[in-house]
Design a protein around this ligand. Structure first.
Ligand code: F6P
Length: 523
């Protein structure tokens, strides 16, 4: 059961408030100097993941009080409710079960008294056989040619997740060309279809509700374009849909065999593990899609079964709360040191900001403390040449997640060594900074004696900027699944502690309504 406890009224919060006053001026450099085993102590390693939390502005005492906070708000009971299918999305009267979609155990999971696992397995096997048919060339278009291109038509969670995963797993891709159309901007759809051959293209319309203006408008435009070269009966060979709204999908003219169902207990932004991942499965094959699920399941298991003090998502969430609510930081930056993960930050923006961007608590009261963070970021090393200046010498405290891999995929060790030297160089520079004495010595060594006075203040780095390093063996479907699940766990944990409902998104409705009104006014 979820308890609706105001975190600021806990004893732990009071302890953290006092502790913050004592700790806020302590420098990471002195924390490292006074504790030789700091790195080991604040690291959590399991499976392919090494989490290094040591470059955060924390001590043993910080962790102790943060764990007390997690216990006082009864995170454990909330976790049991989350995994067991309790309707923790109270405002929509729904369970939150994206974890069931990747459940690899034999446990039954019940929603309204019905075990949902058989249906999930059945749907996965439908996805598998459809994927195999399309990838092998057995699925033929209306002129009997195999499919060469797949277009995913969706927006928000029906686009960002599949798009991010397909990009991240490019190395594992098969011969199918995959495209994504999301924006209602007509130029987006025209750019996408302009070079496509209707005879060899498969369209996957993804919409949980099948009412989303962007998706329906794009799908209708594409269908019209398709019907310029084909007839209505050919639609069945080229259009499939993923939705909970089977009736409206049928009205759109999609063959009932081509409908992949999903469930209302899967939130859009957590849906890539469901049939919403069909485009992923088509792009990299079902085996890889399955590995993605396995990786996520293993992260869920770690979260579910590991004591809080050794639990990576819990420690990460608590540290993030430490910065948000005590240091008053407002954003978190995601820095993957892999070009493949260039779409991770935009994906996490929806997952995190749509979930925890709330200002009313679970008792219906306005909160008087900060909740969801602003999420941003892009891959290193490019980001170093773009916005890192502000992290190093700006006035804002921005906790950073550095995500790196021990191995590159193509095995180019020269590049990878340089890449990872930058990864570590950045976390070290952020933490240690550069003192006045060091800058002085540098300028002297460079023979710039006359410039010391004028240049010195500008070259000092205060340091003490926090970061977490997430080092993963290798980018595979399995580790990617684990990484995404790690952030999903974090969303849930933070929502529990902030006492907000993370799984609704009423905040996006008003703008939609007004857009509709504007349309009616102008028509
Ligand atoms: O407008 C926000 C939203 O509801 C997201 O939560 C969701 O992922 C997206 O729209 C798309 O919704 P659907 O899959 O129903 O088309």
């Amino acid at each position: 059961m979820m308890k609706n406890i105001n975190p600021t009224e806990t004893n732990a919060w009071q302890k953290l408030t006092n502790h913050y006053t004592a700790l806020k001026d302590l420098h990471l450099k002195s924390l490292f100097n006074s504790d030789k085993i700091r790195k080991e102590k604040f690291s959590i390693n399991f499976n392919e993941f090494d989490f290094d939390f040591s470059k955060n502005r924390i001590t043993d005492e910080t962790i102790e009080y943060l764990l007390e906070l997690a216990n006082e708000v009864d995170l454990k009971s909330a976790m049991d409710a989350y995994f067991s299918g309790e309707k923790i999305n109270k405002t929509e009267n729904r369970a939150v079960l994206h974890t069931a979609l990747r459940n690899q155990s034999n446990n039954e999971i019940f929603v309204d008294g019905k075990n949902v696992m058989p249906e999930i397995k059945e749907t996965l096997s439908k996805m598998e056989s459809f994927t195999n048919k399309v990838v092998s060339g057995g699925w033929k278009g209306f002129t009997n040619k195999p499919i060469t291109d797949v277009v995913n038509i969706g927006i928000g969670g029906s686009d960002l997740g599949p798009d991010m995963v397909v990009e991240s797993l490019k190395y594992y891709k098969n011969h199918l060309n995959v495209h994504f159309v999301s924006n209602i901007d007509g130029d987006h759809v025209q750019e996408t279809i302009k070079n496509l051959n209707p005879e060899t293209t498969l369209f996957v319309i993804v919409s949980k509700t099948f009412t989303t203006q962007e998706t329906l408008t794009n799908a209708t435009t594409i269908k019209k374009w398709f019907l310029q070269s084909a007839s209505e009966k050919d639609v069945a060979k080229h259009f499939v849909a993923v939705s909970t709204n089977l009736k409206t999908v049928g009205k759109f003219g999609i063959d009932s065999d081509n409908i992949f169902t999903m469930w209302d207990w899967v939130g859009g932004r957590f849906s890539l593990w469901s049939t919403v991942g069909l485009t992923i499965s088509l792009a990299v094959g079902f085996r890889n899609f399955k590995d993605l699920l396995i990786g996520a399941f293993e992260m869920d298991e770690h979260f579910k079964n590991t004591p809080f003090e050794k639990n990576a998502p819990i420690i990460a969430s608590l540290i993030s709360i430490w910065y948000t609510n005590f240091f008053k930081s407002e954003s978190e930056v995601i820095l993957p040191y892999s070009q493949y993960l260039s779409k991770l930050a935009p994906y996490l923006q929806q997952a995190i900001m749509e979930s925890n961007g709330k200002s009313v608590d679970r008792n219906g009261n306005a909160v008087d403390y900060q909740t969801g963070n602003i999420i941003w970021g892009s891959p290193g090393t490019n980001s170093q040449h773009a916005f890192m200046q502000l992290l190093h010498q700006g006035t804002k405290l921005i906790p950073a997640d550095f995500i790196g891999f021990k191995e590159s995929l193509y095995g180019n060790t020269e590049h990878h060594t340089k890449l990872m030297a930058n990864f570590y160089g950045q976390t070290q520079a952020l933490a240690e900074g550069k003192t006045k004495e060091e800058v002085h010595l540098d300028l002297k060594t460079q023979g710039k004696i006359n410039e010391i006075e004028t240049l010195l203040p500008f070259k000092i780095f205060e340091g003490n900027k926090p970061s977490t390093a997430i080092l993963i063996d290798k980018l595979t479907p399995k580790t990617l699944g684990g990484l995404i699940a790690f952030y999903e766990c974090k969303i849930f944990i933070q929502g529990v502690i902030w006492n907000i409902y993370s799984f609704d998104q009423f905040g996006v409705e008003l703008g939609k309504e007004l857009a509709h009104k504007n349309l009616l006014k102008n028509s």
